[in-house]
Design a protein around this ligand. Structure first.
Ligand code: GLN
Length: 242
């Protein structure tokens, strides 16, 4: 990318946008503009080809059937894998996260192939669905504050050696395997079970994606009073006794 423009691609809003995922695109867009970047946002429906020239790709959460359709179409298209080969950044939430892995269990109870962009495998949890607030300490390499979010998933995700957990949960289930991990990442590909939308709850993750795309270590500060108030409110709500 040029140093003043950012191509933001929101992948398959018609299938994977069950949880207010447009909020993630809005937050990246706004925070990039606040830093003087010219943002071109492209919303790519599932009957359209995935452009390979994007800088940041966002993929949201969804129900089991749309998740299967999305993974089939993404695999057939191949554009997202090519974009990542070219250095693109991907941030995927919940169903989108599972699709980034090697495989997940679909709505028919069968294994669906994922894109293999993250070394993770998702199965169906035997226990109750993971629903509720999550607080997590982010991987120290990412230099992020405590993460907050809301999870709602039946799938459980096992991490392979090719990824690091995005966070360790203080509250909630995260990947749901009982190992205390939440999400996964490697290089420029990130997956999480956190909704919220997660980038509105944790704008520093949006900044991380922007920094990666610009290949810089820091961005000019922004006024985060509102975000911080939301963070404190959610942490208080999550930790108060029932
Ligand atoms: N269908 C997936 C699951 O239940 C993902 C759900 C979601 O995106 N919230 O695990």
């Amino acid at each position: 990318m040029s140093d003043t423009s950012l191509r933001l691609v929101w992948v398959y809003p018609d299938l994977l946008s069950t949880y207010g995922d447009q909020g993630n695109a809005l937050v990246v867009e706004r925070r990039a503009r606040q830093r003087g970047l010219d943002v071109q946002r492209l919303d790519v429906r599932s009957d359209q080809p995935i452009p390979t020239s994007g800088d940041i790709y966002l993929i949201g959460g969804g129900e089991d059937r749309p998740q299967r359709l999305a993974s089939e179409r993404l695999l057939r298209d191949g554009g997202l894998n090519r974009a990542v080969d070219n250095g693109a950044i991907v941030f995927a939430v919940c169903a989108g996260y599972q699709i980034m892995g090697h495989e997940f269990v679909n709505d028919l109870g069968e294994r669906s192939a994922g894109l293999g962009l993250l070394d993770v495998v998702s199965g169906r949890g035997e226990a109750e669905r993971c629903v509720g607030d999550v607080l997590g300490d982010a991987d120290e390499q990412l230099r992020l504050p405590q993460l907050t979010g809301f999870e709602n998933h039946q799938g459980v995700t096992h991490l392979g050696p090719g990824v690091r957990p995005l966070a360790r949960v203080q509250l909630g289930h995260g990947n749901g395997t009982g190992d205390g991990t939440e999400g996964a990442w490697r290089d420029t590909v990130f997956g999480t079970y956190l909704h919220g939308p997660v980038l509105a709850r944790n704008p520093q993750i949006a900044d991380l994606l922007i920094k990666l795309s610009l290949d810089v270590n820091a961005l000019p500060p922004t006024d985060d009073t509102w975000y911080e108030a939301l963070r404190q409110e959610r942490i208080a709500a999550a930790t108060q006794p029932a």
